[in-house]
Write a new protein. Structure first.
Length: 219
């Protein structure tokens, strides 16, 4: 399988690249021009300066079997929910629109797994009230509005898609003990490595075998 990974230099994306390579996949990692990835066998590096450029996206996904997107917004201080956003407030909306157009225009790929967040869309009522308050009254809320618009576009597309909604991310090890959770509690979490593993599973298993918008955490 040949997989294109957007956000390959990020916390989840880097794990996706490494795990996919370990599985023997051919991987094309998509990086911003400022990134300097470590070169490895079976890793093809592609640089994109404008993630809203449909033609540029079409060029990097051409010939692939599937796309995984770990692209996401950034805050000045990632651990502070009230920290100022450093990414455009419509980053994911515009990126997903261009990516869907590029994928739709090509014969391949049609399979997309994309990272969102627990608390977005239909998972909002499943969030603990304290967390919901933080999300609604911090810059996280701005990010979630953008992710909701992204999800809406993906859901309306003709692609074979899965939107993955992880709970609080950690830097913990790979456990392979991921479950689809029915609520997002105060202490629920999942490692970035486990999110990466789940994303790859989404490509390997039929879409009908699981929810298309799973909220995931560690067992």
């Amino acid at each position: 399988m040949k997989v294109v990974v957007f956000g390959a230099s990020g916390g989840v994306g880097n794990h996706v690249v490494q795990q996919a390579l370990q599985k023997g996949y051919a991987v094309r990692g998509v990086y911003r021009s400022s990134s300097t990835p470590r070169l490895e066998s079976n890793l093809e590096v592609a640089y994109v300066s404008d993630f809203f450029d449909r033609q540029a996206l079409a060029e990097v996904i051409a010939g692939a079997d599937a796309v995984i997107s770990c692209l996401g917004s950034r805050r000045k201080n990632p651990t502070n929910p009230w920290s100022k956003m450093t990414s455009p407030l419509d980053l994911m909306e515009l990126f997903s629109r261009s990516l869907i157009e590029a994928m739709t225009a090509l014969a391949m790929p049609k399979r997309l797994a994309i990272v969102s967040a627990a608390g977005v869309g239909t998972s909002a009522p499943l969030v603990h009230p304290v967390l919901r308050f933080v999300f609604d009254h911090s810059t996280v809320g701005l990010e979630y509005k953008d992710l909701a618009r992204m999800e809406n576009q993906v859901e309306r597309s003709n692609l074979d898609w899965t939107i993955v909604r992880p709970v609080t991310l950690t830097t913990g090890r790979l456990t392979n003990k991921v479950k689809i959770c029915s609520h997002y509690g105060l202490i629920d979490s999942i490692s970035r490595a486990d999110v990466a593993s789940f994303l790859l599973r989404c490509l390997e298993e039929p879409t009908s075998s699981t929810s298309r918008t799973p909220m995931i955490c560690t067992k």
